[in-house]
Design a protein around this ligand. Structure first.
Ligand code: CUA
Ligand code: CA
Length: 646
């Protein structure tokens, strides 16, 4: 809140924090009946709160808490992968500084790289019959990376596109998107998570599958109907290597976020719309919703045994995961664990024991014991509710949970604008009746309305409990105003001690959702391509030239700073021109650009990389094709002429 332009909290007779909450509640238009009781809580740390407090330490004060910003020339100790949100990209950050190092274009075009301009990127993104991009909009939410032995192995990361139900893979050697898969019969694909090892084969200790939760229910026959009872949501499994669909599960209710177990046996998705409501009031009508568990090995046995259907044009096997078909635990493919209404995030503890489902509309977190879930599937648990190890109050609007690897959980409280640190085993003790068990360890105000959070290595067995990043959806008064849209605020918190300490604010362009960050040693980036990576590579400038077959012309060009191999080339008006450019410079970062004025062509080629573009030379003239990416003292002179003759 900007105290200069809005009535102060005190002026309207409310303590500052409650004022924030009321504003948030009014904004959401929610009646949070279940939330009028505050859990017994440690007081919030207020030193860092609000826009009015003077900074606790002057710049360069040696008594200041350890900063996050490395000194000039120093490197960060973690890589971070951030979903870009509705910019459709993935951002690479150095952590803990939060410095943005790269944006990886994925689902939407990018003018720097030429993503969506080059033939190679268009092939990955998908095109219509006329060669134009199928989609130019996207909405990425969750980024998660491939595992080996419970930690990241630096091979891949995956990210979702909620709008068009696509899953993309990022190669973590070159930090590029190399495949995009569309999920059939799915709309609003939200949660995504790779498995951590094979559910059956003990020697496969790495990621082989990626799970995807379909959020919006739709008629699976593709026909228009307003009868919501005919709508369905599917949970999907994609092969991590081929990126093809392995199978899907037909569900009652929707899917939201996804978590996977460290033994590879279980995946789960929280369900906020078990009501299958089509209006938002209907989606909140039930007191409890669910966290649905998937028995991966059993689903794959069912597929093998031919116990599946297909829908529409899709050939992907769909097994029956509805409640009616899964009443017998010993043969069930799925189990619907009841959790309080409209849950949000589901997260796996780094010790492999629990999934934690946050309450969102309930001020609780539900701790689900995975060993008991497996017992349930073996018929050893009488009532499914017995898998719940704890259901404890933690604060208002709990959304996502991260971990320090020392038994503590950190959950964002959207409505309280806080992160609450709580101890999982103490919460279980409290739930079992030991009312002296103090499970809330600390609370810290964040600024403001946090969504996702994550801690260093939090989603791995190597969670190191050092830093916590929090994605605050509103920055309000924290940064200079820049018109109606404020930057978002990502905050870095020191979680190495008992108390959390706020270290830094970072303005970020909207609207990242989820993110992970992990030790820099876990990835081994390659900095120069191999010529053979592209079948089109022009390995020697002498292989270049203009090659014509009827009206189709191929222009083969190489670049070596500060020159292109041809000083000019001629084509005829009406030709379909494919221009192939190989960058023969071999030094890292010696990247060139290639722009053709008035032809909507601009892309970069990295060292020893080959790219191509295809366009119709539909207007006559002389066009100075020039290098757009600074490469050399003679960068401005690095040009060639495209002469389009009438
Ligand atoms: Cu090549 Cu600038
Ligand atoms: Ca609901």
């Amino acid at each position: 809140m900007n105290d200069k332009t809005l009535p102060s909290a005190e002026a309207v007779g409310l303590p500052r924090r409650r004022f924030m909450n009321s504003a948030a509640l009014a904004g959401l238009g929610l009646g949070l009946a279940a939330c009028n009781q505050k859990p017994e809580a440690a007081p919030a740390t207020t030193a860092a709160a609000g826009g009015t407090a003077a900074p606790a330490h002057a710049p360069n004060d040696p008594a200041a808490p350890p900063g996050v910003h490395p000194r000039p020339g120093e490197l960060d100790t973690y890589y971070g992968l951030w979903s870009g949100g509705h910019t459709g990209d993935v951002r690479v950050l150095g952590m803990p500084s939060g410095r943005e190092l790269l944006r990886i274009p994925v689902f939407a075009p990018d003018a720097l790289v030429g993503w969506g301009i080059t033939n190679e990127s268009k092939q990955i993104m998908g095109t219509k019959a006329d060669g134009s991009l199928r989609y130019t909009v996207a909405d990425t939410h969750h980024v998660h990376a491939s595992y080996k032995d419970g930690n990241y192995d630096g091979r891949y990361a995956w990210v979702n596109d909620k709008i068009n139900s696509r899953m993309a893979r990022i190669r973590l050697d070159y930090f590029v998107c190399d495949k995009i898969t569309t999920l059939p019969n799915v709309q609003g694909f939200h949660g995504i998570f790779p498995d951590k090892r094979d559910p059956v084969k003990a020697d496969v200790n790495y990621t082989t599958r990626v799970f995807a939760g379909g959020e919006f229910a739709i008629p699976l026959d593709g026909k228009a109907t307003d009868d919501g009872t005919k709508y369905r949501s599917l949970f999907s499994c994609v092969d991590a290597e081929t990126m093809e669909l392995r199978w899907q599960v037909l569900l009652d209710g929707n899917c939201d976020l996804v978590a996977t177990s460290y033994d590879g046996k279980l995946a789960a998705s929280n369900q906020y719309n078990t009501e299958m409501g089509v209006k938002y009031e209907d989606m909140m009508s039930a007191e409890r919703d669910a966290c649905v568990f998937f028995n991966v090995a059993r689903i794959e046995e069912a597929v093998k045994a031919g116990k599946f259907k297909t829908y529409g044009a899709s050939k992907v096997p769909v097994v029956d995961g509805t409640k009616a078909a899964n009443r017998d635990a010993k043969s069930a493919l799925v189990a619907y664990v009841s959790v309080p209404k409209n849950p949000h995030g589901v997260n796996a503890t780094p010790d492999g024991k629990y999934f934690i489902c946050a309450g969102k509309l309930s001020p609780t977190a539900t701790v689900i014991e995975l060993a008991k879930v497996l017992d349930y599937f073996d018929g050893k648990v009488e009532k499914l509710d017995q898998v719940i190890a704890a259901e404890v109050e933690i604060g208002l609007g709990p959304l996502h949970t991260a971990f320090d690897g020392r038994g503590n959980a950190f959950t964002t409280l959207f409505l309280d604008s806080q992160v609450v640190k709580w101890n999982v085993e103490n919460a279980i003790k409290f739930h079992k009746g030991d009312k002296s068990a103090k499970y809330v360890v600390d609370r810290l105000d964040v600024h403001y309305q946090p969504g996702h959070l994550n801690a260093s290595g939090s989603e791995t067995a190597a969670a190191d409990g050092k830093f916590l990043a929090v994605g605050c959806k509103f920055s309000k008064d924290r940064f200079l105003p820049v018109g109606p849209l404020h930057a978002e605020n990502e905050q870095i918190i020191d979680i190495s001690g008992d108390k959390m300490t706020l270290l830094a604010d970072h303005p970020v362009r909207g609207e990242p959702h989820d993110f992970i960050f992990f030790k820099r040693e876990l990835v081994k980036p390659k900095q120069v391509y191999a010529l053979d990576d592209s079948p089109l590579a022009i390995k020697d400038p002498k292989e270049g030239g203009v090659f014509r077959t009827g009206k189709k012309v191929t222009v083969k060009l190489t670049s070596q700073a500060p020159a292109f191999s041809m000083r000019e080339f001629k084509v005829k008006k009406g030709d379909e021109v494919t221009l192939i450019l190989t960058n023969l410079d071999k030094v890292e970062d010696l990247t060139h650009g290639f722009a053709i004025p008035t032809y909507n062509v601009n892309f970069i080629v990295n060292p020893l990389e080959t790219k191509s573009v295809t366009f119709t030379a539909d207007h006559e003239g002389v066009f100075w094709c020039y290098c757009t990416h600074f490469c050399h003292a003679l960068h401005l002179e690095m040009r060639t002429r495209m002469i389009v003759e009438a």
